[in-house]
Design a protein around this ligand. Structure first.
Ligand code: DGY
Length: 340
């Protein structure tokens, strides 16, 4: 349909979705403007095409900021993002303009928690170092050795979480059966979680305790990052934090890359301050090439931000974000609308 037709809402979509999901746009009259290749929509394209939009359906790689909102103009009613994270959206700007925002929580909890568990085990058992060892043809010379690639057992260990929301709890649920003795976490503390923690403690028969940041660093045998990214959280895992960690400990990041100071992490691993890392996200992604220090570091198990990437999950996320974009464009309530 031709964009700009009177009274028919305009939706701008920044990445083509699965054909079955795209078909949903035919359920109501809309003028759909869609970036057509399976790559991130260039910023210039978005700025050039957003004018007059009633709703935008964006990916986490699209910055929804003042510049974009100015270009969109006063027609804009809603943003639907195909992600749980909303750190790519300027929430204050959206609130000021009365533009609503919806995301895709819950649907991706299991998939992301699985990747959290995978990265935890990969880092604990030195998977990436072991793979590099084989690929470098070192195995034939070294053979089976008493301490070859000896990692860390999970039994009786303390698992630390930065952020202790739904995905962190789902990750804990998957790891407790490995014999974890205690869970500690640090969060914003804005919500009183003592009743929930008492319940979880009883269910899993382990101690669960909220601690301050320095205790989190000192006492975690493994630290799993599952906190939302906000400006005050940038590089919260820095040199000082890492220096306080145990030499045998490791860091897992399933949240957002900028929570960690990349260079401090790389140095801490190379200087044996900590044992390694499992990362699904990295500062500067996706512009990470084979020369990046963390890519070259054998003790880092790095994935390309695939936490929620199971077929079932991505279909569900795409489906919800299209429903929300359609509702948003028609100025109706969206599911999982964020309280701005
Ligand atoms: C999200 O939805 O925010 C996740 O990072 C995507 O996997």
């Amino acid at each position: 349909r031709i964009a700009g037709t009177l009274n028919i809402p305009k939706i701008v979509l920044t990445r083509p979705l699965m054909p079955e999901i795209m078909a949903k746009f035919q359920s109501r009259p809309v003028n759909l403007t869609c970036w057509e290749t399976d790559t991130p929509a260039p910023r210039e394209w978005l700025l050039d095409n957003v004018s007059g939009a009633d709703a935008l359906l964006v990916m986490l790689s699209d910055k929804v900021d003042k510049e974009l909102l100015d270009k969109a103009g006063t027609n804009l009613k809603a943003i639907s993002t195909m992600s749980v994270g909303v750190d790519h959206c300027d929430l204050a700007q959206l609130k000021e303009r009365n533009v609503r925002l919806s995301n895709t929580p819950d649907l991706l909890t299991s998939a992301t928690a699985e990747i959290g568990a995978l990265l935890y085990l990969a880092a604990a058992r030195r998977a990436s170092e072991s793979i590099a060892f084989i690929q470098r043809n070192q195995w034939p010379q070294v053979g089976w050795g008493p301490l070859l690639m000896a990692g860390q057992l999970s039994e009786n260990k303390t698992l630390g979480f930065l952020g202790f929301g739904r995905i962190a709890q789902a990750t804990m649920h998957r790891l407790v059966p490995f014999g974890i003795k205690k869970v500690i976490y640090t969060d914003s503390g804005r919500t009183d979680r003592s009743a929930r923690n008492a319940e979880l403690s009883k269910t899993y028969d382990i101690e669960i305790k909220r601690v301050d940041l320095s205790t989190l660093a000192q006492d975690s045998d493994a630290l799993i990052l599952l906190a939302a990214m906000t400006a005050d959280m940038k590089h919260i895992i820095n040199r000082d934090f890492l220096n306080n960690m145990k030499k045998t400990s490791f860091v897992v990041n399933v949240a957002r890359g900028p929570l960690i100071d990349t260079y401090a992490l790389n140095d801490a691993i190379n200087e044996n301050v900590i044992a390694g890392a499992g990362l699904d996200v990295i500062e500067g992604e996706p512009h990470i090439d084979s020369n990046h220090p963390l890519v070259k570091n054998d003790k880092v198990f790095l994935l390309p931000h695939i936490g929620s990437s199971t077929v079932e999950t991505r279909y569900a996320m795409a489906d919800l974000s299209v429903s929300n974009a359609l509702k948003g464009a028609y100025n109706e309530d969206m599911q999982s609308q964020i309280n701005l």
